[in-house]
Every structure is written in C-alpha cells, then in structure tokens.
Write a protein that binds this ligand. Structure first.
Ligand code: NAD
Length: 306
C-alpha cells in the first residue's frame, strides 16, 4: 500500500481554479473581501449569524462601489453586475458549491473553531478554506478543520478595496496547490501578496499593533492627550492616520485580541496589552464600529475622548 500522499519529486500539480467564493462574517472585512471578489467577476456568498450584519454589508458595499464609480475607478455597469454577483445567507449550507471560503469572522479562536466545525461538513471536499485572521496560528486553526492541507491564511488589509496588500500565510500542513491558488486569486483581485511565516500576528500586525498599544500606554501614562499623540505621529512621523485614530478604525476589540495573541504566543512582557485598551474593550467602546473609542463618532468631526 502506498501511504505517501505527497506528489513525487518534480511532479507539478496544477493549482485548483477558484470560480466562486464564500465569505464568513459580514463585518468591515467581510464586506470588503466580498466587494473585491465580486468586482473581479467572482460570484460571492456572504454568511453571517446576524441578518442585520448582512443587510448592512450589502449597503456598505453599494456605497463604497458608488464612491469608486464617482472617482471613475469602476464603471456603473461593472458596479451593477458586481452587486448582482453577491448573495447573502445565515445558512452555511449555501456554500456547498464554493471553490474557496474565506472566513472573516470575529477575531476569537473559539468563534473560528466553532465556525469550521459547523461549516466544513457543508463544503465540497475540494473546497479551499482561508482565514483572514490578523494574528491566530494558521497551523492551529487548520488542525481544527477536516482539511489542514487546504487551509491557509489570507490576510487582507482594511479597507480592502483600497489597500493593496494581502499577506499569505501557510500553515505547516498547507499544500503547494492551495498556496498557488490563493496567490493567483490575490493577483486576480489586483492585490500584491507578501508571504509571512506562521508566527503570531504575521508581519504587518507584529509591527503595527504593538505601536498602537504603545500609543495607548502613552495616553494611559499621561504622556499626551489623544489629539497630541495622533498629531505627533501624523506630522512627526508622516503617518497618514494617528495610532489612536487607526486603533478605532481597526476596532479596539481586534487590537486587543492581537496583543493577547502576541503576548501569549511569544511569552514576552513587551507585548502586554495596555490596561486602558482592556478597559475600553470591557466598556464596549470598540471604536468606529460602535460609535465610540478613543474618539466619539456621534459628532462631526469626531471628538477625542481624553
Ligand atoms: P467585525 O467585528 O467588523 O465583523 C465580524 C463579523 O463576524 C460580524 O458581522 C459577526 O456577526 C460575524 N460573526 C461572528 N460569529 C460568527 C459566526 N459564528 N458565523 C458567521 N459570522 C459570525 O470584525 P472585522 O474587523 O471584519 O474582522 C474580521 C476578521 O478580519 C478578524 O479575524 C480580524 O482579525 C480580521 N482583520 C481585521 C482587520 C481590521 O482592520 N479590522 C484587518 C485585517 C483582518
């Protein structure tokens, strides 16, 4: 009996072609991923547990595509056709024909594991599964599925229609055709990919989120106010957004989860989440998506809260 399931040396296996995509999670990342896939001509189905998140995602996508039409980046025909390619559902069973499912649900390992458990029996065996996780081990997430060799990290940046980069992360079991298929898809979506090894938070967030956490420490220790910190980094380091404004944009819950993954994954006290960040998340002040974070978004322009 041949127990070696790997292809013989030199044998080339064609990467599977991705003709239809499922997206799990209709939050800020899920709607952005569906947006770029639909504009690239792929039929997309978004699944979320919340019906209102799905209708909000459709409205956001239409609004963002309108903006692209106004800027002559997309024609109105392409927008109309793209929006018609997007379907939504609260039932994972609708993904039974997808070639690739991209999970972009809440950044909590137990949430993602539970999703894979319920989702995978609905998928065809050849379906690839990607996570848009910002920080969690792809190897560990892949091992929680029935298809670790077809599991991969595909980390889009926020806002997806605007940001060029996709980080691609192989778990230890990810096979080459899966990697090639996802890399080809990133290109088809007009993105540039960078390969990261499977370390906590990968490349971008390993560098970016500790900087945000440090900005929260600077606020916590009274080094500066919210506007002093953001103005300093915008005008002093030429960052397009201040770190606290950026934290609100990413979502403080997501920032905290990433710091916790770094802290636990690398066992280094330099990644300790700032207690003020913890407190904001405990208060439900997640940033833009809840209307309040380091800024209060009920006013225009948003008012710094400290
Ligand atoms: P979000 O809070 O805006 O959206 C998460 C969505 O997941 C919600 O609509 C929620 O209803 C849905 N969800 C939760 N449990 C579910 C389940 N069991 N089945 C289906 N849907 C479920 O979060 P987000 O900012 O879009 O982040 C999503 C993922 O993308 C996270 O893994 C995050 O780390 C990653 N990410 C976020 C950013 C960012 O800047 N926010 C950037 C890159 C990657």
């Amino acid at each position: 009996m041949n127990v070696d399931l790997k292809p013989a040396a030199g044998m080339v296996i064609e990467p599977p072609e991705i003709r239809s995509v499922g997206v799990i999670g209709a939050g800020q990342m899920g709607n952005g991923i569906a947006h770029v896939c639909a504009l690239a001509g792929l039929p997309v189905t978004i699944v979320d547990i919340k019906e209102d998140a799905l209708s909000k995602a459709m409205a956001t996508m239409a609004r963002n595509m309108d903006r692209q039409v106004k800027r002559s980046l997309v024609s109105s025909d392409d927008r109309d056709e793209a929006l018609m390619r997007v379907k939504t559902s609260t039932d994972y069973a609708v993904l039974n024909n997808a070639d690739l499912v991209i999970e972009a649900a809440t950044e909590k390992e137990d949430v993602k594991r539970q999703i894979y458990k319920v989702l995978t029996p609905n998928l065809k065996p050849s379906c690839l599964l990607a996570s848009n996780t910002s920080s969690i081990s792809i190897t560990r997430l892949g091992a929680a599925t029935d298809r670790p060799e077809k599991f991969i990290g595909m980390h889009f940046m926020n806002p997806v229609p605007v940001m060029k980069l996709v980080e691609i992360i192989r778990g230890i079991a990810t096979d080459e055709p899966t990697f090639q298929a996802v890399k080809a898809l990133a290109e088809k979506l007009g993105k540039v990919s960078a390969v990261s090894e499977d370390f906590p938070a990968f490349i971008v967030n390993r560098i970016l989120v500790p900087m945000i956490n440090e900005a929260v420490y600077a606020l916590y220790e009274g080094v500066g106010s919210v506007s002093a910190i953001d103005t300093s980094m915008k005008l002093g380091a030429n960052h397009p957004m201040g770190p606290l404004e950026l934290a609100d944009f990413i979502g403080l819950d997501t920032c905290l989860s990433i710091m916790q993954v770094l802290y636990e994954g690398l066992s280094d006290s330099k990644y300790r989440p700032c207690p003020l960040l913890v407190k904001y998340v405990e208060a439900g002040w997640y940033g833009r998506k809840t209307g309040r974070g380091f800024y209060d978004y009920s006013q225009t322009p948003p008012r710094p809260t400290r």
